[in-house]
Design a protein around this ligand. Structure first.
Ligand code: PMP
Length: 439
């Protein structure tokens, strides 16, 4: 049996590989490229799942993992460990709070949100939590309950007390506005009404992705996050930013909180902290709040909390970001992406909107710009047109994550300009092919 058939026969794959896309069988990674079993190279324009921020095979991180594996592969989370302490100090220095932060390590982003949910309930003594409809926060029951889109349905009924609200989405306004200022005003009014109906004294926290990630890279209009912060403060509610996608340089700063200038109380992270080489996530809690856990029991913990291989990889990755100026490089990529994707928008009527921040962009594809009818419906598998586009890109040797009618363009922060140009030329041809087919 060839390896491809072997994989299909024995591995249960997630929803994203179930469409008839015949994904390639990957055996190697080199910088911005994935290499399949036949040696074909794929330029990875989404950094895996917006995670491999340093590209594949960064020597410093690989070396750190090798050295750690030779020294110690496991230490119980209740023991102290050198690299846990060193990485936690680094993360506190990188955090947006002048007071610093303490870190609770988890194996993944899902568990970071799961534990943040426990923390905000413990810290406030309240149990309700609010999150946005167009959000993803993870795949366990608590994080699914926070999630606002269809990936939560399989977990329902999930955890009681998690409620949703609409956040701004200027391209398809849930508030029927065309003006970003009006959108912000209505969205904040809506949020406060939801709160008042739920009784703010029962609400522990508001969870938000500061830039919506897998549900379309929606950059909130100016004033929204500031307004959410004000509302949270008015009612003594904690604000949690889920920076699993936006953290570690994705938006042109260590965290989006810094790029956007709004301070939450907790930040959940994963992915980019090790450039996804080893699973690691965590919750950053600002020092003033974290101190409470000196008295209060934190009923949380995982066999793999702060796994030595993971924290060694995280420490080396953070040093690489700092030394190579990669936390800021997202801003350079932003200027290239704005220009390159903007030029594609000029040419291709299937592109309804180009939006993004830092090295984090989306193309929202439509059948028709005037009606904005999506190229693939929201609560359904990828339409034949979207599947055709993804297949055409794979034939071209380009990987771009597709969800519904959204293509996410989030290349490694180390991407070279010529690599991006080649990727955008392939995208141009694939979109042209789609348009020829549609007549
Ligand atoms: N939050 C966000 C914003 C995410 O994008 C993801 C993963 N795509 C998660 C949480 C869950 O992280 P993980 O897959 O590491 O469990």
């Amino acid at each position: 049996m060839d390896l491809y058939t072997l994989h299909k026969a024995h591995v249960l794959t997630p929803w994203s590989a179930q469409a008839a896309l015949n994904p390639p069988l990957i055996v190697r990674g080199e910088g911005a490229y994935l290499v399949d079993q036949e040696g074909k190279r794929y330029l990875d324009l989404t950094s895996g799942l917006v995670a491999v921020n340093l590209g594949h095979g960064h020597p410093r991180v690989v070396r750190a993992i090798q050295e750690q594996a030779q020294t110690l592969c496991y230490a119980p989370p209740s023991f102290f460990h050198d690299k846990r302490a060193l990485l936690a100090r680094r993360l506190s220095e990188l955090s947006p709070w002048p007071e610093g932060a303490r870190v609770f390590f988890t194996p993944s982003g899902t568990e970071a949100n799961e534990d943040a949910l426990k923390m905000v309930r413990t810290l406030t003594g309240r149990f309700k939590v609010l999150a946005a409809y167009r959000s993803f926060h993870g795949s366990t029951h608590g994080s699914s309950a926070l999630t606002g889109e269809n990936r939560r349905f399989a977990a329902e009924p999930a955890v009681p007390g998690a409620l949703h609200f609409f956040a701004p989405y200027p391209y398809r306004s849930p508030f029927y506005t065309l003006d970003p200022k009006e959108e912000v005003a209505r969205a904040l009014d809506h949020l406060e009404r939801v709160l008042l109906h739920e009784d703010p004294a029962r609400v522990a926290a508001i969870f938000l992705e500061p830039v919506v990630g897998s549900n379309g890279v929606i950059v909130y209009p100016e004033g929204y996050l500031e307004g959410v912060r004000r509302i949270a403060d008015r009612y003594g509610i904690l604000l949690v930013f889920d920076e699993v996608m936006t953290g570690f340089g994705r938006t042109g700063a260590p965290f989006a909180a810094q790029r956007l200038g709004v301070l939450p109380d907790l930040i959940t992270f994963a992915k980019g902290v090790t450039s996804a080489y080893v699973p690691l996530g965590g919750v950053l809690v600002r020092e003033g709040l974290a101190r409470r856990f000196d008295q209060e029991v934190l009923w949380a913990g995982h066999t793999y909390s702060g796994h030595p291989l993971a924290v060694a990889a995280g420490l080396a990755a953070v040093e690489a970001y700092l030394e190579e100026g990669l936390f800021e490089r997202g801003r350079l990529l932003e200027s290239w992406l704005k220009e390159g994707l903007g030029a594609l928008w000029q040419k291709h009527p299937f592109i309804g909107e180009v939006r993004g921040l830092g090295a984090f962009f989306a193309l929202e594809l439509v059948k028709d710009r005037s009606t904005k009818e999506p190229l693939s419906p929201w609560h359904a598998p990828l339409s034949p047109a979207m599947q055709g586009l993804v297949r055409a890109l794979l034939r071209e040797g380009v990987y771009v994550m597709a969800k519904h009618n959204i293509l996410i363009i989030a290349p490694p922060l180390t991407l070279k300009e010529a690599e991006l140009e080649a990727g955008l030329a392939a995208l141009d041809r694939a979109l042209r092919g789609l348009e020829v087919e549609a007549g």
